[in-house]
Design a protein. Structure first.
Length: 325
């Protein structure tokens, strides 16, 4: 595995950090390149990255925690909580449909893509609406809610773009190792209307995401029945880069073997991937801060896809060994 992932770094001049953990043991960890190209600051294990849509699972869990407190139900209509949904087109959209992107919503205020509940369409605005619901029923800001969640999971280096203070942040870049241009106004821009914190505005580190996976999937955050709901495949997605997959609440699932819960993230210049294999309690985390957008998403995520293929294969091999012993 080490050699295979090393070769991904080499082949793509990968600028970022990749780690594999089994439970609390780190099996692989490597950083390469710069968190700041101008100052030539090297990426290290403390580097904080924008994780894009990997943020969505945090928002989903915040919604489910409110449900555990009896403040909402996923079967509730969103229009109960948000004015923007109190119209003929949106009034029947449920929280569940926002969580698994089956509401038909694309941009808030726009026409629905299809009858709610009948298909899949990935909507950032849907997740930003979920963030607003959390604020409405909890009486606290999204930032406050998510910081409590970080604390619960033992994540000491995570934040949102809005409230980030401190150093170690990996500036985001467009381009490649030879020529790059910095994405302006990071990480503040993550809180803007175009992205939105609940949909894609969380900042984290390799270590913190590993802590998150362990805490979440071992049942330290949600009650067993709530966790089951979070992980249950309730939609299917045809992903432009990762192909066909199941979709639960802000996480994607392998169709077929091995069982894997994962999500990719992309905000300008920051492609990321977080994978958890429940059968062996293995986390695979890939964070980066540069993307050659001219080459397209397929190329940008090539390293992530290759690493996932390597670890999927390894997971299957381990499962076979387990079943023969």
């Amino acid at each position: 595995m080490e050699q295979q992932i090393d070769s991904v770094f080499k082949k793509y001049h990968f600028n970022g950090s990749i780690a594999v953990f089994k439970d609390s043991l780190q099996l692989y960890g490597k950083e390469n390149g710069y968190s700041d190209f101008r100052k030539k600051t090297k990426i290290d294990s403390n580097t904080i990255f924008a994780i894009g849509s990997v943020s969505k699972q945090f928002t989903s869990v915040l919604v489910l925690l409110q449900m555990e407190q009896g403040k909402l139900n996923v079967t509730d209509k969103v229009s109960q909580y948000l004015k923007e949904f109190q119209n003929k087109d949106y009034e029947n959209i449920t929280i569940h449909q926002l969580l698994n992107h089956t509401s038909g919503l694309n941009l808030l205020g726009g026409k629905l893509m299809f009858k709610s509940g009948s298909d899949f369409f990935y909507s950032n605005d849907g997740f930003n609406a979920l963030g607003k619901i959390v604020e409405t029923v909890s009486g606290k800001s999204y930032d406050d809610n998510v910081q409590e969640l970080f604390k619960k999971a033992g994540m000491t280096h995570s934040s949102t773009g809005d409230i980030f203070k401190g150093s170690h942040f990996a500036s985001a870049y467009l381009g490649n190792e030879k020529i790059q241009q910095e994405v302006p106004n990071m990480p503040k821009r993550l809180g803007s209307k175009e992205i939105g914190t609940p949909a894609g505005g969380i900042l984290s580190t390799i270590q913190d995401l590993h802590k998150w996976n362990n805490a979440l999937y071992s049942g330290k955050i949600l009650k067993p029945e709530t966790l089951k709901l979070f992980m249950a495949k309730s939609a299917e997605r045809r992903h432009a880069v990762f192909g066909k997959m199941g979709y639960a609440y802000g996480i994607m699932l392998n169709i077929g073997k091995p069982i894997a819960y994962f999500h990719s993230g992309y905000v300008k210049g920051s492609p990321s991937l977080n994978i958890y294999y429940p059968e062996t309690k293995t986390s695979v985390i890939i964070l980066s801060n540069i993307a050659d957008e001219e080459k397209g998403k397929g190329m940008i995520f090539k390293p992530h896809i290759e690493v996932k293929k390597i670890t999927d294969h390894l997971e299957n091999t381990l499962a076979q060994l387990k079943s023969t012993h």
